[in-house]
Design a protein around this ligand. Sequence first.
Ligand code: KIV
Length: 311
Amino acid sequence: MSVTTFRTSPAGEVDYGAARVERGIAETIKKITVPWLLQRKLLHHPISAVTAYDYASARLVDEAGLDLLLVGDSLAMVMQGYENTLPVTMEEMLLYVRGVRRGVRRALLVADMPYGSYHVDERDGVANALRFVKEAGAEAVKVEGGLTRCSLVRRLTSAEIPVMGHIGLTPQSVHRMGGYKVQGKTVNAMEQLRADALALEAAGCFSIVLEGVPRELAQLITKDLTIPTIGIGAGPDCDGQILVLHDMMTMTFAPAAKFVRRYADLSGAMRQGLVDYKRDVEARTFPSDEESYHLSRETQELLAVKHGDEL
Ligand code: KIV
C-alpha cells in the first residue's frame, strides 16, 4: 500500500500541496495545450519535454513543471530491455500511457505510435491513434517519418488528433539506416529533411521532433517552420528540447550518447540503497521497533496472562 493523491481546486487548477511549497512551483498551474505550445514558438520561449513511462515518474515530471511528456516507444529499450524500439505493441503502449495519464495534470501528454501501428494502412493508423486518445487519455500522438507520413497526418488531424512529427534519426528505421546514425549530413540529405519538415507542417503537425541531425540543419528547419521543433541530439537552436528520462537520470546500462546530459545518478542512488537495505536485513537492524506496529497495552496485558511464557 502507498498513498498518493491529487488535490484539484473547484476551478480545475492543480494544487501540488507540499511539492509546490517545497519546490517553489507556481501556486496554480495552467494546463499546457497544443495552441499554447504554438504560442511558445512565437514568444521564443523554449519548450521543455521529456519521456516518462509510469505513474510515479510522470507525476514527478509534471510537478517539476515540464511542458510536454512523451510516452515514447523508447520504453521498449529502457523499460522492457529490448535491443531496439521495434517489438513494443499497441496493447503494451496503451498500458504505459494509462499509468502516465494518472500522474499528469499540467503537461501535454503525447503517446508514441509504435512500429507497425500505422505502417500497414492508414485506417489502422487512425484507429490506433484514436485508442490512445479514447482509452488512455493521450492528447496527441507522435509518428516517425516525413513526406510518406503526410497523408496519415492529414487523416489524424481531421479526426481531431493533434500530431507530432519525428524526422532525422528515426529509431523505427534502424534497419534501413543500418544503425543509429546522425542523419542529414550531406547537402542532398539536408534538403530532403527540410522538405519533410515543411510537408509535415503543411499536413497539420503541431510540432516536429528533430533527432540526431547536425545543429546547422536543425537551425535551418527551425527557421523554416511556424510550428515548434523539439530537438534531441539536434543542438540548442530548436524551439524546445526532449530527452529520454532514463538517459538523463542515469537509469541505463551503457555509456550515454554525446547529446545526453546526466542530471542525476538514480542508478547509483538505487544501488547504494539496495546494498544498505540488504545489510540492514541481514544484520536484523531493519525493521526497528519504531518501524513496527504494536498491540495496545491492554491487549498486551491480556496476552501476557494467557501466553506469558511464550512472549
Ligand atoms: O521514443 C522516444 O523516446 C522518442 C524521443 C526520443 C523523441 O521518440
